[in-house]
Design a protein around this ligand. Structure first.
Ligand code: FE2
Length: 295
């Protein structure tokens, strides 16, 4: 800084910038206990020591410049994280999620060969089909030509349900799975189904008796505020709208035929060994936060 006036101007700008950053960080949910606020306050204190009688020296001002850069980097990084958390999927840009474990991790209950085909081929085709349907519906809106809309709506429902249900399905299974859920999900299951065994029998029977291909699905209803078990034929039929799937079991033949042939019942019975309850509990807690007026 060439003279004290210029230094004073710079320091006052930094001071008000730091003030803005403090509020901005609180908006980002970074609260006063976070170390970054300590750094901001300390820097402000140093700046406010600057006076005509005792101006800050060059090395102190350079140190402040360095700190300003550090704070700026911190804020940029946190904005990036925040944006990623709020990320939305642009039209036609769905992607196949990675499996949260290796292809052979669910053996002996589900073979590696099934997992490779099921995830890499079948799930991928739902992702592709959903992307195509979304793009075609966008095109229909742009061209104001809805002649084929019924077809693309069907495609969006079929592939969309296929994509979303499989995404849940991979997550609610795990080699560390099996047993029973804990805590409030277990208590809710006992309340709504009588006992965990009653629930398990009901869910298994629903899976075994899906007509043709489909799913058995445990859902939470934010309106009636209880759990329900539903079947889905294919992916999208028999859906009870306005509910949130918690636990899903794929009983399409591609999910078991290579290993179990036509013995769907054995596949369903074995599947309970890999149900990953911590994930289901987490889905339940998040779903339960949503509450509609009860009708
Ligand atoms: Fe499937």
């Amino acid at each position: 800084m060439e003279n004290n006036e210029e230094a004073k101007k710079y320091l006052s700008e930094v001071d008000s910038w730091l003030e803005d950053v403090s509020y901005f960080l609180i908006d980002l949910n970074i609260h006063s206990e976070d170390k970054i606020h300590e750094l901001i306050n300390n820097t402000k204190n140093v700046i406010r020591q600057n006076s005509d009688e005792k101006p800050l020296d060059v090395s102190e001002i350079i140190a402040i410049q360095q700190t300003v850069q550090d704070i700026d980097h911190f804020v940029q990084r946190r904005i990036g994280e925040n944006e990623r958390q709020k990320a939305t999927v642009p039209i036609g840009k769905h992607v196949l999620p990675k499996l949260p474990y290796s292809y052979d991790a669910l053996q002996p209950y589900i073979s590696e060969e099934i997992m490779r085909l099921h995830h890499d081929k079948h799930h991928q085709s739902y992702v592709d089909g959903l992307n195509k349907a979304e793009k075609m519906m966008k095109e229909a809106r742009e061209k104001n030509n809805f002649d084929l809309i019924k077809h693309w709506e069907r495609e969006a429902a079929f592939h969309g349900s296929g994509h979303y249900l499989h995404t849940i399905f991979w997550e609610i299974m795990n080699p560390k799975g099996g047993g029973q859920p804990h805590g409030e999900l277990l208590r809710q299951i006992q309340k709504d189904f009588g006992s965990f065994d009653h629930f398990k029998r009901h869910f298994s029977e629903a899976a075994k008796k899906v007509e043709g291909v489909g799913w058995s699905i445990l859902v939470w209803s934010p309106r009636s505020r209880h759990l329900e078990i539903l079947q889905a034929e294919r992916h999208q039929f028999l859906t009870q709208w306005d509910t949130i799937p918690l636990l899903v079991l794929d009983v399409w033949e591609h999910a078991y035929y290579l290993q179990y042939k036509n013995d769907r019942n054995k596949y369903v019975d074995n599947w309970w060994n890999i149900v990953y309850w911590p994930n289901v509990e987490n889905r339940f807690y998040k779903a339960r936060e949503m509450q509609w007026d009860a009708f």
